[in-house]
Design a protein around this ligand. Structure first.
Ligand code: ADP
Ligand code: MG
Length: 260
């Protein structure tokens, strides 16, 4: 029997204890993500986006409900090294060079380092010439790009990105969006991107999920069917603006996400 080609979150909730109080971070999320889909997650700060990704990455356990990745537990996927993660809090190791950091997943998996692949990734994220630099010698944006390269090192089948472009200037961010689309089109790797940028969410995704303020629930699930490859010109089209406006409204106070 072949594994189901889908990621499912079934009635997933997550609560945290803070002292004697309990905070519900994520509430009753039901999602089906088909293999190869690029999904963007939007929502106000503190609504549980990172928690959702952490549960997919097996870094957190749901309090109730179930997460299944292609019929397996997230932890199984992680132990098979099929998971690529670039999280805000996944810092590079300061004592290693950029090349060594990007090669780290090979060491963790006990595999021989594919130096050509590491070099190609360094070029891909625009860090040529910095392979031997230490993280402290790079800007915040450059470090973010290095962590994306590290996430891609083992050709993961699931890529989880938590606000990976937050510290980038607009031009670099645009460039990284195009590059990420290119990588995704080449490999069709299932990708979940958490972002604050509605433009970025719509530009990159097959589907955009909007979460409400805490406790985070899915309040919108929109299919984005602009043809690919998408060029930056798309961002000037009225249909693109209409979608961005609609989703922005959904996120803003008084918008759909804040009505009771
Ligand atoms: P987002 O990524 O959408 O900004 P998070 O998923 O980081 O939100 O957090 C959602 C909520 O869960 C927040 O209220 C946060 O304080 C709480 N939370 C997250 N992680 C923990 C933790 N390890 N312990 C206690 N509370 C947490
Ligand atoms: Mg977060």
């Amino acid at each position: 029997m072949s594994a189901p080609q889908v990621i499912t979150l079934s009635n997933v909730s997550k609560s945290f204890r803070i002292g004697s109080a309990s905070v519900v971070a994520v509430k009753a999320v039901d999602l089906r993500i088909p293999q190869g889909q690029f999904i963007s997650v939007l929502g106000p700060s503190g609504c549980g986006k990172s928690t959702l990704l952490r549960m997919l990455a097996s870094l957190d356990e749901p309090t109730t409900g179930q997460v299944s990745v292609w019929g397996a537990r997230p932890a199984d996927l992680a132990s098979r090294h099929q998971l690529g993660v670039a999280f805000q809090d996944h810092a590079l190791l300061p004592w290693l060079t950029i090349a060594q950091n990007i090669a780290m997943p090979f060491r963790i998996a006990g595999r021989r380092i594919d130096h050509a692949h590491v070099a190609a990734l360094i070029e891909l994220v625009g860090l040529s010439g910095f392979a031997q630099a230490r993280p402290s010698q790079l800007s915040g944006g450059m470090r973010q790009r290095a962590s994306i390269a590290r996430a891609l090192a083992l050709n993961p089948s699931l890529l989880l990105l938590d606000e990976p472009f937050g510290a980038l200037d607009a031009v670099t961010r645009r460039h990284m969006n195009i590059e990420l689309q290119r990588i995704w089109l080449e490999h069709k790797l299932t990708t979940v991107l958490v972002t604050h940028s509605v433009d970025e969410a719509v530009f990159l995704a097959d589907r955009v999920i909007v979460m409400s303020g805490r406790p985070g629930e899915v309040i919108r699930d929109v299919t984005i069917d602009f043809p690919r490859p998408r060029a930056p010109d798309l961002m000037r089209e009225p249909a693109f603006h209409a979608l961005v406006d609609e989703l922005t409204l959904c996120l803003s106070p008084g918008g759909e996400g804040h009505q009771h």
